[in-house]
Design a protein around this ligand. Structure first.
Ligand code: GLC
Length: 800
């Protein structure tokens, strides 16, 4: 029975009988009688790509999302043909392709569980207006199936029962459920019967996803043009799905410089120079750690990109240097709109080189943004990207700016319907000329890419830092991101938490929100609760719009200042832990933030959880999301945990009440973990220290922890100059053993570890470090807690 109005319109066409099959290296080609072609590529044993053409010929195969470094190749491939179907088997999946209608069924190759099956499957509707097709896919939604991912949607973490649109949009003061927002990441993970798989619909046109909303048993997706082109990524573990998707669309091209993981202070706008200095000096006077200060659009001359307002900033190079001497990295905003001004060299140059986007009939794409009427570079043109990259020479190489913030790159246009370019605007699309219908969702991504190229070139030998508002799948390769113009409300604190987790499930870890809210003003309580969440987000920046009062940590009275300071300090103490989590993200594609479902998909309790998440591998965090709270109920996932504040030991797998007055938020540390902590610094690498702390929490059993370190900036680490310690902890009733194995040639500046043991269940009678007995009298020892300083090169510590 056809009921899906959007999907099942009258003009729908469907593949019919398969009449031919050919295999060409890793790709199988099927054709139907009515001219439908299916190209099935075995990308990896666990990743299959399905691509459909409706009238024999495919488009040029080109994607901005897929990384050229993505892993490919399979271990096993077998193809069988029966009367009714083709059976394609890899070591991970079995794919059945039905001859009568080209429908697909996918199974786990190990135990034959049915993972995904076409409902109607591929079908399409010809578009007379634009040419091409509206391409559609419908799959069966299985019993108890849950869905996650899809970028920055401001909705419940589990997408089941909802419908969404992907169309990158400037969404000032959006709300819970506003859709679409700033990102288009057409990727989701499905989970049913304990098994998880991913679907990446790599199509940049406006797309829609319906997760069993319109029809209870159907999940469908469709796009207003382009090809039906999707990747099926098999787990069955959700961590593997997310990490494979991250690998497919690319990991960041280098580790973030450690300073970029510090605290960032921003506002629209800090100017003139004296105001900037007043802010930075106050951070130092109050000893509130901070690494980055931002200049919003008012630093420019009439909002012309790559210019300075010399009344406000008479000598930017001097200022940037003075700030740098005080530990502050200067980050400046750069928008895509170039002011139409014949006196403006960048405008003239782009005009002369023919780098601006044009309308279908030839005129330039003219739109209003901050500077007034603007033209817009076509970042989908390679030459435009190189030109744009070179524009950063002065800012980065000469003036010393350390990071660039790309905004309004949806692209946002003011005072027009749709708040962006009209559909007919033309783009190069790297040699695949097209309209804005196809290029819209990747415009911001390509701008961030061009900016990244500039920073990479001119910041060298330091690492580049870029932040972007708009993004398509894969943008994580070039840039960090934030969640756009949110609001200072409790609802938005909830949204920020969900968005950061959802982005992490969508391959994008380096994410944060405008702490405190961009629009309107938080009270001290909301600001405090937001900072508490924000210090556990990979990107940690306070930002607000200038017209709603000030939002620096000291603006809400002494109590708030004190609490905010202590949480920013906690972020700085945990920097080695966060840096290690980033290293894992770059290596394995495992996100820094892990929603509980990612952490333990077998525990059904996690499938509808949104508030709690795991930070790195071992820290469980749950923000306080309501005013006047003295605590909250939260779910403690399976495993055993220590309350960070009280060290109380909690057995997980249940919901509990956790006390959390304004100066605390619920934080739990996994038993058996080894958490590295730096001494508090005012900015990254402010101090040389010869010792770092390792917090060791006893566990009966085994647990592995990692500590990654390197020079915190630059590229030496890619040549082996890093230090990676793997700690294996083994706890027995009367014993605790820690073994360390280190690789890499980097010599850390610290030479010893101060180990703090928590929760030891036995009285210590003997400690040996690398078989040498330690004098117990010399230690700071209470009954169950103890501190021990050891050479950082130790191999084994044995306590009994
Ligand atoms: C946009 C950005 C915001 C910025 C403002 C002025 O609204 O999202 O972060 O402060 O423009 O540049």
């Amino acid at each position: 029975m056809i009921t899906n109005t959007e999907l099942e319109r009258k003009g729908n066409q469907y593949p019919n009988h398969i009449v031919s099959y050919e295999k060409n290296i890793d790709t199988l080609h099927f054709k139907t009688e009515n001219g439908v072609c299916l190209q099935l590529t075995i990308v990896r044993d666990s990743i299959l790509r399905f691509r459909y053409a409706t009238s024999f010929n495919f488009e040029n195969d080109f994607s901005y999302a897929i990384s050229k470094f993505a892993k490919t190749g399979y271990n096993y491939l077998d193809i069988k043909e029966t009367k009714e179907l083709y059976i394609v088997t890899t070591s991970k999946v079995i794919c059945r392709i039905f001859k009568s209608n080209m429908k697909i069924k996918l199974f786990d190759a190990l135990d034959n569980t049915l993972i995904s099956q076409d409902e109607i499957g591929f079908h399409w509707d010809e578009s007379y207006e634009f040419g091409g097709n509206v391409v559609k896919m419908s799959k069966v939604s299985h019993d108890g199936e849950s869905y996650y991912g899809l970028g920055d949607k401001a909705d419940h973490l589990n997408l089941k029962g909802k419908r969404f649109e992907n169309w990158v949009s400037d969404s000032f003061a959006y709300g819970k459920y506003t859709d679409p927002l700033y990102k288009a990441i057409p990727f989701y993970t499905g989970l049913h019967h304990g098994k998880s798989y991913g679907m990446f619909f790599d199509n940049t046109f406006k797309s829609h996803f319906d997760f069993a909303q319109e029809r209870k048993n159907v999940t469908s997706y469709w796009a207003l043009g382009g090809e039906m082109n999707y990747y099926f990524i098999y787990g069955p573990n959700m961590n593997d799905v997310v990490s494979k998707f991250t690998d497919l669309t690319g990991k960041p091209h280098q580790l973030p410089a450690m300073w970029s993981l510090g605290y960032h202070q921003c506002k629209w706008s800090y100017y003139p120079e004296s105001k900037v200095k007043e802010i930075t000096s106050k951070f130092r006077a109050l000893s509130i750690p901070c690494d980055a200060i931002y200049l919003d659009i008012d630093y420019m001359e009439g909002f012309r990109c790559f210019t300075w307002n010399k009344d406000y900033f008479p000598d930017p190079k001097r200022m940037v240097k003075e700030l740098a001497d005080d530990g502050f990295k200067t980050i400046v905003i750069i928008d895509p709109g170039i002011k139409i001004d014949p006196e403006y060299d960048i405008f003239n140059e782009a005009l002369e080189k023919d780098y601006f986007c044009k309308r279908a009939d030839g005129p330039y794409m003219k739109g209003k943004v901050w500077p007034g009427a603007c033209y817009f570079p076509d970042f989908t043109n390679k030459n435009v990207r190189s030109w744009w990259a070179d524009l950063f020479k002065e800012l980065v190489e000469d003036i010393g700016v350390k990071g660039v913030w790309n905004d309004m790159n949806e692209p946002a246009v003011m005072e027009v319907p749709g708040k962006t370019f009209p559909d007919d605007v033309r783009h190069d699309y790297d040699g695949n000329p097209c309209s804005h219908r196809k290029a819209h969702n990747i415009y911001g991504m390509q701008m961030a890419r061009a900016t990244y190229q500039g920073l990479k070139k001119f910041a060298y030998p330091k690492r580049p830092f870029v932040i972007t508002r708009a993004a398509y799948a894969g943008t994580q390769r070039y840039s960090s991101t934030w969640t756009g113009d949110n609001v200072a409300s409790w609802e938005h604190l909830w949204i920020a938490n969900v968005q950061a987790q959802r982005m992490s499930l969508s391959g994008y870890s380096f994410v944060g929100s405008d702490i405190g809210g961009f629009a309107e003003q938080p009270n001290g309580e909301l600001f405090t609760r937001w900072i508490q969440l924000g210090v556990f987000h990979p990107f940690c920046r306070t930002h607000s719009s200038g017209d709603h009062g000030d939002q620096e940590p000291w603006m809400f009275g002494d109590e708030v200042t004190g609490i905010v300071k202590s949480f920013i300090e906690l972020r700085y103490q945990l920097l080695p832990y966060l840096y290690t989590a980033f290293w894992q993200y770059l290596n394995d594609g495992v996100p820094v933030l892990k929603s509980l479902v990612l952490y333990d998909q077998d525990d059904i309790q996690t499938h509808y959880r949104t508030d709690e998440f795991i930070y790195g591998n071992h820290i469980l965090v749950c923000p306080i999301l309501e005013p006047n709270s003295r605590g909250r109920r939260m779910y403690i996932p399976r495993g055993n945990w220590y309350n960070y504040w009280t060290q109380d030991y909690i057995i997980g797998g249940k919901e509990i009440w956790v006390d959390a007055d304004l100066d605390r938020m619920p934080i739990f540390i996994k038993e058996g973990s080894i958490i590295p902590k730096y001494p508090i610094q005012q900015y990254v690498d402010e101090k040389d220290f010869d010792e770092i702390t390792l917090e060791v929490r006893y566990k009966l059993g085994k647990e592995e922890s990692l500590l990654y370190d390197d020079a915190h900036d630059g590229y030496d680490y890619t040549k082996g100059r890093y230090s990676l310690s793997k700690f294996n902890l083994t706890g027995k009733t009367n014993e605790l053993i820690i073994q360390q194995h280190t690789t890499g040639t980097f010599k850390t500046p610290y030479i010893s570890f101060k180990l703090k043991f928590i929760g030891l269940p036995f009285e210590i009678s003997k400690i040996e470090v690398d078989n040498v007995e330690i004098d117990l009298e010399s230690l700071n020892c209470t009954t169950h807690n103890m501190e021990l300083i050891v050479d950082k090169t130790f191999s084994e510590i044995h306590i009994r």
